[in-house]
Design a protein around this ligand. Sequence first.
Ligand code: TMP
Ligand code: ASP
Length: 252
Amino acid sequence: MSRRKKLYEGKAKILYEGPEPGTLVQYFKDDATAFNNQKHATLEGKGVLNNRISEFVMVSLGRIGIPTHFIKRLNMREQLVRKVEIIPLEVICRNVAAGSMSKRLGITEGEQLPRSIVEFCYKNDDLEDPLVSEEHITALGWSNPQEMDDMIAMTLRINDFLSGMFAAVGIRLIDFKLEYGRLYDGDLVRTVLADEISPDSCRLWDMETNEKLDKDRFRRDLGNVTEAYAEVARRLGIMKENNVVSIDEGSK
Ligand code: TMP
Ligand code: ASP
């Protein structure tokens, strides 16, 4: 591991050069940050859980035909992914008002939205990832109308699939954040789902009790953060009791 070239270190993950051209190794750290790094902690085991949960979600999405960067999980903390050019947008999909939308628009957290809403934020830590419109995005060249259409269509499909997947295990998918990348294949360029999907990037509430099973436990000092992530993994069948099992074993 020490001789691998580190290409990028983010707040919760590190990207290393992969074993073959066009591949990367995505390493999941135990670090948690919130409010653009103002709050920071190390949560033992979080990286292992997010690696497994994100693998499970990416594989499941791949099976319904969503193109993703995921190739395979390598070990407890690493996965092999395709190298893509990250589109500098955070694509947020909301089913229920919460977080920044509740704050910005004065809508009570937990209020069901009349329909699912897709929002875009410009990925720029210095600017604290500001909400932007399609006009900003196309005028400033961060994406183009065709790519935006692809991202919106895929995001809504992912939302439908994940809402059902989580509902089946008693979890309400409140909202989530996606990142997409451009996969170059000769002259062709394809838009694929990248990054991760985990309790770090979703709001997940217990269907019965509304208990939060996501990163809001960390953001809002609710405690038992990794325990909540482990509960998500357990319900999805990725973990039995306290032991992580393989994705194939888990789906049997
Ligand atoms: P927000 O309500 O704070 O805008 O968050 C919307 C969703 O996006 C929520 O599921 C958490 C996720 N998210 C991230 O994954 N990364 C971020 O940096 C932020 C601000 C939110
Ligand atoms: N990931 C972001 C940060 O580190 C924000 C968040 O998830 O709340 O600041």
